[in-house]
Design a protein around this ligand. Structure first.
Ligand SMILES: Cc1cc2nc3c(=O)[nH]c(=O)nc-3n(C[C@H](O)[C@H](O)[C@H](O)COP(=O)(O)OP(=O)(O)OC[C@H]3O[C@@H](n4cnc5c(N)ncnc54)[C@H](O)[C@@H]3O)c2cc1C
Length: 138
């Protein structure tokens, strides 16, 4: 059962990925235990907006990570948050996917690469991986 009510979570860690992408880490056992690669959460920035963001990591210890690009009002405001701030989350939503077979080819662009990072066992089986996200330099 997804967590259907926007629930405030304390921001546990912030990591800079590129000049426009930050990774946000939360402790959320309810969401982590339900998450499949390809699913997303609704991120509620109180007083600003609520936006869909893919789940980039979900650990057995209940942590989840999401990577957010600074593109507009809500995402820009989220980029101003600090560790310890409260952000609402609900989910996971959407159809996830499972990895089966031995020779797997996965192609994604921009932040959709997040979905591939979610499961450690998935990444371990990927032999050739090239993943980048960020604004292309002119
Ligand atoms: C299922 C799903 C999963 C998603 N996963 C992620 C994710 O993991 N990480 C992430 O950063 N975003 C993800 N997005 C996109 C994210 O929801 C939007 O970037 C966000 O809603 C933008 O809200 P905003 O208020 O910051 O910008 P807005 O004010 O809504 O948009 C401002 C401007 O930016 C443009 N814009 C909006 N989104 C993007 C974008 N992604 N790239 C380039 N230009 C854009 C708009 O056209 C508009 O001109 C996902 C979207 C969906 C539907």
């Amino acid at each position: 059962m997804p967590l259907n009510i926007p629930t405030l979570h304390r921001l546990k860690e912030l990591r800079t990925e590129t000049e426009v992408v930050l990774t946000f880490k939360f402790q959320s056992p309810e969401i982590a235990k339900e998450s499949e690669p390809g699913q997303f959460v609704m991120v509620w920035n109180p007083g600003v907006d609520e936006i869909p963001i893919s789940i980039a990591a979900a650990t057995p210890t209940g942590e989840i990570e999401i990577a957010i690009a600074d593109v507009g009002d809500c995402s820009h405001n989220l980029h101003q948050k600090h560790v310890g701030d409260l952000i609402g989350l609900r989910g996971p939503y959407g159809n996830g996917f499972r990895i089966t077979g031995q020779r797997i080819c996965m192609v994604a662009g921009w932040l959709w690469c997040s979905a591939f990072a979610i499961r450690r066992e998935t990444s371990a089986r990927i032999r050739h991986r090239r993943c980048g996200s960020g604004r292309r330099k002119k």
